[in-house]
Design a protein around this ligand. Structure first.
Ligand code: NAP
Length: 303
């Protein structure tokens, strides 16, 4: 079993909890034990994952195993309100965070993210919620998810604290924030700015990018690994998997990691075998040729 705590980049791997409660309690506990024994310490939750059930089972695991709280980095997200859409009012954010803490059985969150932008938001309300959550010790750091640069600027204008993280979808088969930069000022549809330069904006402002769904194409449409719709990509992944002695999925995760030295990848599997294979991504340093070769094999072009 690989132990990522031995690697310099151990904090670049995050275990995503979206699918945790879908597997039942015993499997969830077993997976979390495996992740812990692999040295993974950063866990990404959201209050909507399993309608709170993922946080509850994680809280139960934490309590029964007795792992020291300070050894874990636990983050969660709120702001998506089932039945309403989005809600970033102060009252809602504070109540949602208290619900998260209760389910996790924790006194504090290391990081709280606003799950999605809410066009009806009042940034003063978010600022007031963040202030109360920070001052009372319930949240240590704040971030956003799926935000573009203007939204971050707008919100940041009102906050006392820095926005430290932005969680964004990125995979070999879903890379608009990469292609828009590479095909700037061309007529290519992949050159259209869908993220408004969020990749370089976050780099410039020292906002850590956390990439979600590293193995998926589209949004929740499935994985490109072993998918006949991604034949050339799978062939190239297989070649590099052979070269590095890892799985194709690990090469795909390594592609995300190679994009930026601070970027984090959020792994969504709750299957210990898949998870163990994926952790080997930390041992792969793709060359420029390999990185661009994979990008092209995924169907992107370069000007
Ligand atoms: N901020 C946001 O808006 C947002 C949105 C979505 C997700 N997220 C976060 O990102 C995390 C990851 O998202 P995701 O679950 O879509 O990521 P992912 O790692 O791209 O996908 C995981 C899925 O791929 C499957 N899979 C198929 N072949 C696999 C292989 N060879 N190796 C590993 N997995 C394979 C897994 O199945 P098995 O479980 O059977 O391995 C699992 O169903 C979530 O848990 C959540 O924390 C954030």
């Amino acid at each position: 079993m690989i132990n990522v705590s031995d690697t310099a980049d151990s904090q670049r791997i995050i275990s995503g909890m979206m699918r945790l409660s879908g597997r039942g309690r015993e499997e969830a506990m077993h997976f979390l034990d495996y992740a812990w024994d692999s040295g993974v310490r950063w866990f990404d939750h959201a209050d909507i994952y399993g309608n709170g059930a993922s946080e509850s089972v994680f809280g139960e695991w934490l309590k029964t195993r007795g792992h020291p709280r300070e050894e874990l980095i636990i983050q969660s997200k709120c702001g998506i309100r089932p039945g309403i859409a989005y809600d970033c009012s102060s009252e809602y954010l504070i109540n949602a965070t208290d619900g998260i803490l209760k389910r996790l059985g924790c006194g504090y969150l290391d990081v709280l993210l606003i799950h999605r932008p809410d066009v009806l938001w009042e940034p003063e309300e978010i600022a007031a919620a963040f202030r109360e959550l920070y001052d009372s010790g319930r949240v240590r750091e704040f971030g956003v998810s799926n935000f573009n640069p203007v939204q971050i600027e707008y919100l940041g204008h009102y906050l006392d604290r820095k926005i430290g993280y932005n969680q964004l979808q990125l995979s070999l088969a879903f890379a608009p924030m990469v292609s828009e930069g590479l095909e700037t000022n061309t007529y290519s549809p992949n050159g259209l700015s869908r993220s408004q330069g969020v990749l370089d904006y976050c780099r410039l402002n020292d906002i850590r990018i956390q990439t979600w769904s590293p193995l998926q194409f589209g949004t929740f449409q499935g994985t490109f690994i072993d998918n006949p719709g991604y034949g050339p990509l799978n062939a190239r992944l297989a070649e590099l998997a052979g070269k590095y002695g890892v799985s194709k999925a690990a090469v795909a995760a390594a592609w995300n990691l190679r994009l930026d030295r601070r970027l984090q990848v959020i792994l969504g599997t709750v299957n210990p075998g898949h998870f163990g294979d994926l952790l080997r991504a930390t041992q792969v340093q793709l060359t420029r040729e390999e990185w661009y070769g994979l990008y092209m094999a995924a169907g992107y072009s370069l000007p």
